[in-house]
Write a protein that binds this ligand. Structure first.
Ligand SMILES: Nc1nc2c(c(=O)[nH]1)N[C@H]1C(S)=C(S)[C@@H](COP(=O)(O)O)O[C@H]1N2
Ligand SMILES: [Mo]
Length: 176
């Protein structure tokens, strides 16, 4: 099986499933904490998509299994004032998205890639996949999802990358 490059801050957290949690907080009716069993009880779907990295490589036809973002939001109780999310990861990484990009077709919380559980280096147990934006938006080792009325820059967005990151418009850096 052909793999794909590993790109991250250099800290790859090891999160055993027994200790894994997904927190939903911010502009929602009440804080929610999902453990692995609760996450697996959500509707499980497959989405096939391409990966576009800001450093110009792509990998086509990746089969991701997990929970589509709208299926998570159906149980999250998100306030209708919420227009942005910030994804917070176990390695301290963060990235921000407008709600429209977070809920776009094909965006999912993935636990498997090509029929195998995601490896730790690629963000297992769970990562976000947002196929229509550059891959830095696809947070690995996802831990907490913050719903916000206003936008807040994540790690790369504070460090010179574009706020949105549309590969078709080549939105790589803040001034593109
Ligand atoms: N938690 C976390 N997620 C992350 C990163 C990171 O450093 N930490 N790097 C991002 C960047 S810049 C890229 S290109 C992709 C790389 O994913 P891969 O290592 O699976 O190829 O993950 C993104 N998600
Ligand atoms: Mo990247």
């Amino acid at each position: 099986m052909t793999n794909w490059p590993v790109l991250d801050l250099g800290q790859q957290p090891d999160v055993p499933l027994a200790r894994w949690r997904l927190d939903l907080f911010g502009a929602i009716d009440r804080l929610q904490v999902l453990d692995w069993a609760a996450f697996q009880a959500l509707p499980q779907k497959r989405a096939v998509s391409d990966i576009h990295c800001v450093t110009t490589w792509s990998r086509y036809d990746n089969a991701w299994d997990g929970v589509l973002v709208p299926d998570l939001l159906a149980v999250a109780g998100v306030k209708n004032t919420a227009r942005y999310v910030v994804l917070h990861s176990y390695d301290g990484y963060s990235t921000n998205l407008p709600m429209e990009d977070f809920t776009a077709p094909g965006a999912l919380l993935a636990h498997s890639w090509q029929n195998q559980p995601l490896t730790a280096e690629h963000g297992g147990p769970l990562r976000l996949v947002v196929p229509h934006l550059y891959f830095w938006k696809s947070a690995k080792w996802l831990h907490r999802i913050e719903f916000r009325d206003d936008d807040r820059a994540g790690f790369w967005e504070r460090n010179g990358y574009h706020k949105r990151g549309d590969p078709w418009a080549e939105q790589r850096y803040a001034d593109d």
